[in-house]
Write a new protein. Structure first.
Length: 249
């Protein structure tokens, strides 16, 4: 499926049913919760490790590193601190996009009743590392600029940015610019339903706190599923079938 075909499908997208997609997210989560747990663990460990590393060399100014008492929040945090954290954001963003792409590939395989590869690092091992890194740079730059402009701009761009991984996962042959354009077109077209689904699944994911907080690591990955089903029902896959039309009216 080429760039023009995808854009045409987005422009002619049908209405999506909120309740149906939410139900699909819950059902899919029951199938992929363990893979989601591994995804969250890897990203969390990498994020903590990079935070220590960049704080140690003075590039993570929102935190002060004290080897006696650990990390302390820097009360003088301001918008310029976001810029200092840009290298860390690029690395974490790149890792997240690559791992999420592998996660969405598994979701698709389960959805289509195919054999599941269970390899979160699939796209890193398939020669797409440079493209993932470029997408990570673009992701971090857009997020940083929006964050520096305060809450509302960041709230808007977080939805289109969330589509980077799913679009890349299903169209790795597209250029970085095309992936970004499609992400923003789809994210803008389906912003409200995506935000609503992510908000509700976020609440469901937070229920893991009940299990002594660590349960959050097992449940929070449900937040990643709404964009999969929105993409699936708007754009679809090359091997579209009737199952791809479940969430549409």
């Amino acid at each position: 499926m080429n760039y023009t075909e995808i854009q045409s499908k987005i422009q002619n997208a049908q209405h999506l049913d909120f309740g149906t997609i939410l139900d699909l997210c819950i059902k899919m989560f029951k199938e992929v919760w363990l893979k989601g747990f591994l995804l969250v663990i890897i990203i969390a460990v990498a994020g903590v490790a990079l935070t220590f590393l960049f704080a140690a060399i003075g590039l993570s100014s929102p935190y002060e590193l004290d080897w006696n008492s650990g990390f302390q929040v820097n009360r003088s945090y301001n918008n310029f601190d976001v810029i200092y954290s840009l290298p860390q954001a690029i690395l974490v963003g790149s890792l997240s996009i690559g791992l999420l792409a592998g996660f969405y590939k598994m979701c698709k395989q389960i959805d289509l009743n195919e054999s599941v590869s269970e390899d979160l690092f699939y796209y890193f091992q398939s020669g797409y590392s440079s493209k993932i890194f470029m997408l990570g740079i673009i992701y971090a730059l857009i997020a940083t600029i929006a964050q520096a402009m305060f809450f509302i701009p960041y709230l808007y761009v977080m939805i289109p940015l969330s589509y980077f991984a799913i679009i890349f996962a299903n169209n790795p042959e597209l250029s970085e610019t095309e992936i970004v354009k499609i992400s923003f077109n789809l994210g803008t077209k389906k912003w409200l339903i995506t935000f609503g689904l992510m908000f509700v699944t976020g609440i469901l994911g937070m229920l893991g706190v009940i299990a002594c907080f660590i349960g959050l690591l097992f449940t929070i990955s449900i937040m990643y599923l709404p964009v999969y089903f929105v993409y699936r029902d708007v754009v679809g896959f090359e091997d579209d079938s009737e199952i791809m039309k479940i969430g549409t009216e």
